[in-house]
Ligand binder design. Structure first.
Ligand code: CA
Length: 518
């Protein structure tokens, strides 16, 4: 293929090299531009002479100022760019975009599991909630036994998952921010993929007592019409109970309770549900300069399709949207929603300040090697996942979504922390884009992984579910890939396994605990 670059906006003065393997000095583009130095794939070149101190624009946004003269055809990387300061959180455009709602899209369905509370699962999984890390080894042991001895008897149940984490004791549980890990764990246990069957394994002496995790009324049982009628008694196996003599007594108790829940889960069958019942969390990880060119725009297109179907889509990752806050507040449906966005950004600014860093601590060595010079450039590529719909709601970390449309769920960008919080928000399907490559997976929810480059999709042919690199090579348009992803989402929601599910690749649940550890 002839040397070619990709420019995101007509006012940009840099573009990225699209050619596999990068381009050598002297490479000549169709418009006559000649490279003055070697530029790796995904890295930027100057399209015009950029003087020292001048603004460097990508996505029609200033991603930095030149630290030296960059004549046309120069390699523009993080060492020749001064990163701009973060935009302040005052004088933002609040709900000014006035984007009309997208036209509805009807007729798309998937086969899901309807729950008593009205939510819909895409998998039928028994979850065992733990109140504290102390019980993790015992629960692991019990889960292995359940998989070997019980699951084969309950053919309509997909899996059993121990919800293990590092929280629960040795923590300042009355600190204001402790609400975040506690409600996260509570809401994870109530994820639609677990069918409302909550069982808990507790140690006994821990700070996070089962009644604190699930206050009365949190778990309801439905009457025959499916209306929430009464508070269900909490099913807890407490390891320190005097009744347990020896380890096997604990294991037997967990298996006995698991069987009760498995019998109920096993009665469930998939039924046709409108695409509106999907709750999709979108995320990127191991990003490169192609993330914002191929995979994330395809996700953004699919996000619009889902919102048009009446579904819920969440985008997240505070440090990866912080530099685009003015675009997001403008897109909010009301000034109140815009204000909630500002509230979450301000909270996170203070959280980072406490650690004496700012949002620029986000970028990784791999991001930079992949061509992303700084967090501003990374953020512009990241927010593309949100598509074009108005932002109709904001969730603080660990909160559960109670409305449809495009939501901003405030989470750290860290892949497994973000994934954990999106599970708590009620996500029943996860879409994850990657440029550098990560074998990421979550046990409670299927994860569709989208590669930003064809080279990665080929090398990791049995880990990546979709190759969005075809957008860069011109084989597919963003709309083509968006539709392909949308259809794949409906299939996966209906039971088709992702590669991560095929290999059973699961990252740990990582609760976000901004409160002190004691
Ligand atoms: Ca991430």
């Amino acid at each position: 293929m002839n040397p070619h670059y990709i420019r995101m906006h007509q006012d940009d003065n840099v573009a990225i090299v699209a050619s596999d393997g990068g381009l050598a000095v002297g490479a000549r583009f169709a418009d006559g531009l000649v490279l003055r130095e070697r530029v790796p794939q995904g890295h930027k070149l100057s399209l015009v002479d950029i003087a020292c101190g001048a603004a460097v624009r990508r996505y029609n946004v200033v991603i930095g100022h030149a630290l030296r003269d960059l004549p046309a055809g120069s390699w523009v990387h993080e060492r020749v760019l001064q990163m701009p300061a973060a935009r302040g959180l005052t004088d933002l455009p609040m709900a000014t975009a006035q984007t009309p709602p997208l036209p509805p899209l009807a007729g798309y369905t998937f086969e899901g599991y309807r729950n008593r509370d009205g939510s819909v699962g895409t998998r039928n999984i028994l979850a065992i909630t733990t109140t504290v890390q102390c019980v993790a080894g015992v629960v692991d042991f019990a889960v292995q036994r359940i998989k070997a001895e019980l699951l084969p008897l309950f053919l309509h149940v997909d899996d059993v998952v121990g919800l293990e984490h590092s929280y629960g004791c040795g923590v300042a549980i009355d600190a204001p921010d402790a609400i975040i890990p506690i409600r996260t764990l509570r809401n994870i246990s109530l994820n639609p993929n677990f069918g409302g069957e909550v069982m808990v394994v507790s140690l006994g002496c821990e700070k996070l007592q089962p009644e604190r995790l699930f206050p009365p009324g949190t778990i309801t049982i439905a009457d025959q019409r499916g209306v929430a009628a009464a508070s269900a008694p909490l099913d807890v196996v407490c390891l320190q109970d005097d009744a347990h003599v020896g380890f096997m007594s604990m294991i037997d108790a967990v298996l006995r309770q698991a069987r009760v829940h498995l019998e109920r889960l096993n009665q469930r069958r998939r039924e046709t549900c409108p695409a509106a019942e999907l709750v999709v969390g979108v995320q990127c990880g191991g990003s490169d300069a192609f993330s914002g060119v191929t995979a994330n725009p395809a996700v953004g297109f699919a996000t619009d399709l889902l919102v048009r179907c009446g579904a819920t889509v969440m985008f997240s990752e505070v440090t990866e949207v912080r530099d685009a806050i003015d675009q997001l507040t403008a897109r909010a449906v009301t000034p109140e929603v815009a204000q909630a966005l500002v509230r979450e950004m301000a909270w996170y600014d203070r959280y980072l300040e406490k650690g004496q860093v700012d949002r620029s601590a986000n970028t990784t060595p791999g991001n930079k090697q992949g061509g992303l010079s700084n967090i501003v450039e990374k953020a512009m590529g990241s927010i593309v996942k949100s598509g074009t719909a108005p932002i109709s709601g904001v969730l603080a970390p660990g909160e559960k979504a109670h409305q449809r449309g495009l939501l901003y769920a405030a989470t750290p960008a860290s892949d497994f922390v973000c994934g954990t919080l999106q599970i708590a928000a009620g996500m029943n399907l996860h879409v994850f884009t990657t440029g550098r490559g990560t074998p990421y997976g979550l046990a409670p929810v299927p994860v569709i992984k989208v590669a930003t480059r064809t080279e990665l999709a080929r090398r990791w042919h049995d880990l990546m579910d979709l190759d969005a690199g075809r957008i860069a090579t011109g084989e597919a348009s963003i709309a083509d890939m968006g539709w392909e992803l949308f259809r794949l989402m409906l299939e996966v929601a209906s039971g088709r396994k992702t590669w991560a599910e095929h290999w059973k690749l699961h990252n740990a649940l990582v609760l976000f605990n901004p409160a002190p550890v004691t």
